[in-house]
Each structure stands twice: as structure tokens, then as C-alpha cells.
Design a protein around this ligand. Structure first.
Ligand SMILES: [Zn+2]
Length: 208
């Protein structure tokens, strides 16, 4: 499989894999300067492998299948982006204390149904869990993702869900006093501090 170095460099800071998936688009809250980090089915597979949703062996098999059936791979990729948009809508609403959109919940439910119907209960280190074998199905990459997102939605702890004050990314605030404001201090936190400092200096000079 092709090495996709840029996937390895993506920041994983959401505190939950479903939020990290939502955070695979960069950009500002107003939707300007959006930058897509997942460019095709191969990126989706590489990212899923990096975050541990699928194994490198499965990724290899999916990669070979995708080469044989590029159109189907593209469809799965577009489905993943649709699921990601839905998840963003749902989790962002929760982070902002609003009711999540019912279409988003319904979309997730649809993928979760498919995931469960295609999954298998298998023993793990800490009890049983769901397991997916691809069996050549390119859509397999969506199942652990949908299941993880449903897990986050149903497991509690959503009162720690926040949206970054500097960009649109979402994260679980694990800090003791729940004071985390940024996805990443070095990226969004510093930027905001610089803006504040510049504004203060401008105010002191009397030109703001
Ligand atoms: Zn941010």
C-alpha cells in the first residue's frame, strides 16, 4: 500500500475517535478556508488504520480491493464524508447545548444498523466486543467508525464535549476544571493570544 505520510501528521486531539474523524477537515468556524485531509478511499483506510479502527492487514486487503473497484471505492469515500458531516452536525449541536438535527441522528442510526448486522461478537481483552471482517466489502471501513460514534453518543460524558474557540474542531475536555478552550494550544490557542495582544497594543496606541 502507498505510504501516505500526511495522514500520519494529522493532529489527533479530539479525545475520542469519532471526534478525531470529524476533525479530519481543517478550517474556520464560518466554513471558510476548509481544507480536506481525506482525499480518497485510500486516505480513509490509512486514517482508520492510524487510529486503530482497522488493522494493517485489513487495510492492505481493502487497498487491493479498492484498486480493483475504484468506482465503488469512491462511493464509499463519499458516504464517509456524508457520515462525517452528519456527525459534525450532531456533535457540534450537543457541544453548543442545542438539540442535534434528527437527519444526522437518523443517518448515524442507519450506518450503525448496517455495522451491527455485518459485525460479529468476539472476545477481547476486556469482555466481548464487535468485530468486523471486511470479506472484500469496501464499505467495511465505515462500520467501526459508525459504531464508535454511536458509542460516544450513548455512553455519557457528553457534557465534556466542546467546540474549539479558534476553529471548528470538536473535543472532549478531560481537564479537571473543564477549562480547555482549544483543540490544540500551539495552533488555535496561540493564534487567539496573538490576536488579543495585537488588539490590546492597537488600543493603547489609540488607533482602535
Ligand atoms: Zn482549534
Amino acid at each position: 500500500m502507498e505510504t501516505r505520510e500526511y495522514i500520519k501528521e494529522l493532529r489527533i486531539v479530539g479525545g475520542h475517535v469519532a471526534l478525531d474523524f470529524v476533525n479530519t477537515v481543517d478550517g474556520t468556524p464560518d466554513g471558510e478556508s476548509r481544507f480536506e485531509n481525506l482525499r480518497d478511499h485510500g486516505d480513509l483506510v490509512a486514517w482508520s488504520t492510524r487510529v486503530g479502527l482497522i488493522t494493517p492487514d485489513e487495510a492492505g486487503r481493502l487497498g487491493r480491493e479498492a484498486e480493483r473497484r475504484p468506482e465503488e471505492a469512491e462511493e464509499v469515500y463519499l458516504d464517509a464524508l456524508g457520515l462525517r458531516d452528519a456527525l459534525y452536525g450532531v456533535f457540534r449541536a450537543i457541544a453548543e447545548g442545542r438539540e442535534p438535527p434528527s437527519e444526522g441522528l437518523e443517518k448515524l442510526r442507519g450506518y450503525e444498523c448496517e455495522a451491527i448486522s455485518r459485525g460479529r461478537l468476539a472476545p477481547g481483552e476486556d469482555g466481548f466486543g464487535w468485530e468486523w471482517k471486511d470479506g472484500g466489502d469496501l464499505a467495511m471501513v465505515l462500520w467501526p467508525l459508525a459504531h464508535a460514534a454511536t458509542g460516544l453518543l450513548t455512553s455519557g460524558g457528553l457534557d465534556r464535549l466542546k467546540r474549539c474557540a479558534g476553529c471548528h474542531w470538536l473535543f472532549l475536555d478531560a481537564s479537571r476544571n473543564r477549562s480547555r478552550r482549544w483543540c490544540t494550544m500551539e495552533v488555535c490557542g496561540t493564534h487567539e493570544k496573538v490576536l488579543r495582544y495585537t488588539a490590546k497594543r492597537a488600543a493603547r496606541r489609540g488607533d482602535a
